[in-house]
Write a protein that binds this ligand. Structure first.
Ligand SMILES: Nc1ncnc2c1ncn2[C@@H]1O[C@H](COP(=O)(O)OP(=O)(O)OP(=O)(O)O)[C@@H](O)[C@H]1O
Length: 360
């Protein structure tokens, strides 16, 4: 993320966190929710046509998120994947009202009857952050207060978000640390004394304390060894299995395959494919050429890099942004593809040949 805000205490508005001053005009033709049909349960979160634009000097702008629509149900884990800079973290920040002042938003993101994009800072600080939406931030060290130990962070969060009596807070803080595999002997360390992986686990422990119905985990496995990746991913999965929703933003497709029910692929600020994880990771399971290329770039798959570079989000083409890198592109791609059956592409791949099960 371009900005790093300290973790706001849930009942105190953070003065540095300003709501975007302006709302973008709604899209002329709201797109159909690209993957909503796969959610059978009542969604906890409904995102419709979410767009975020940053205003820059000289009248320029960056279109970081464009018309994103998806639902997320209780008990479900949705992995949001895509190359660096495609808008994943900005989408998460929009859901938490943590965008900087030069951001403009459009669309809606309804959680428990609250439109997170329209809610005022007081509502977000008092009833949303920590209580309804937990966050594992992308830069955990930057979200921890430098002069407070991990134990102090945990006890304060237990106090703020749970009815735990004072005498039991110390034990509750230790239990929260253990849940995220944070080592007990490092509880009295300050943020600057933590390794990257320890800071990551401290941030995960803090995010799980409030048992929020929606957890946003932005790169929760960064800096962790393989066994800790599995342990952290499994703990997040358990969190969802207990009836909560998990939106996991990740580059780690192995972790996504391990715990996700559905995968949403973002390219240049747009969700271009949403599909059940069982289908997405099946042989020939992807349908959008970008999703196909993303999987093929993995070392344990074809290890073939995607040719070219992602586009400048300040100068997106009118049509499909992936077309210049796409082997299937034709003149039809000069027009923006509408989402259809979970994929936004004029020339989608046929999908799995084996008829792999498509649950989720
Ligand atoms: N405050 C800002 N002003 C202008 N542009 C911004 C701002 N914050 C983010 N951006 C731009 O928005 C785009 C999306 O950024 P974002 O952090 O969401 O990417 P990402 O997909 O999460 O990348 P990564 O995987 O590397 O974390 C980037 O081009 C980034 O430079």
């Amino acid at each position: 993320m371009a900005h790093a805000l300290p973790r706001p205490l849930p009942d105190r508005p953070d003065p540095r966190c300003r709501r975007p001053r302006r709302r973008l005009a709604r899209a002329a033709q709201p797109a159909a929710p690209i993957g909503a049909d796969a959610v059978t349960a009542q969604p906890i979160l409904s995102v419709r046509n979410l767009s975020v634009r940053f205003r820059l000097r000289g009248g320029r702008h960056v279109a970081a998120v464009n018309d994103a629509s998806f639902d997320l149900a209780a008990g479900e884990c949705l992995a949001l994947v895509g190359e660096s800079g495609c808008g994943k973290s900005v989408l998460a920040s929009a859901l938490l009202g943590l965008l900087p002042g030069n951001a403009q938003t459009a669309g809606s993101a309804v959680l428990d009857g609250i439109d997170l994009l329209a809610a005022d800072e007081r509502t977000l600080a008092r009833t949303v952050r920590g209580r309804r939406v937990g966050l594992v931030p992308q830069s955990p060290a930057a979200h921890l207060t430098p002069v407070r130990t991990v134990r102090a962070h945990l006890e304060e969060t237990v106090r703020a978000l749970t009815p735990t009596p004072r005498r039991e807070r110390r034990a509750a803080a230790r239990a929260a640390a253990a849940r995220a595999a944070f080592p007990a002997h490092r509880l009295d360390a300050y943020p600057h004394e933590l390794s990257g992986g320890q800071a990551q686990r401290a941030a995960t422990a803090l995010a799980l304390i409030g048992d929020a119905p929606l957890l946003l985990a932005d790169e929760p496995t960064t800096g962790l060894d393989r066994d800790l990746v599995a342990r952290t991913a499994d703990e997040l999965r358990r969190h969802a299995d207990d009836g909560r929703a998990l939106l996991m933003i990740t580059h780690d497709l192995v972790a996504a395959e391990r715990i996700a029910d559905r995968v949403a692929v973002m390219y240049a600020g747009r969700i271009v494919e949403i599909s059940p994880a069982s289908r997405f990771f099946a042989p020939q399971g992807t349908r959008h050429p970008y999703a196909h290329a993303l999987l093929a770039s993995l070392p344990d798959r074809d290890f073939t890099p995607i040719p070219g570079m992602p586009p400048n989000l300040g100068a997106l083409p009118a049509g499909c942004a992936f077309a210049p890198r796409c082997p299937r592109a034709t003149a039809a791609c000069d027009a923006l593809p509408r989402p259809d059956d979970g994929v936004a592409c004029h020339h989608p791949l046929p999908g799995p040949r084996t008829g792999a099960p498509a649950h989720g």
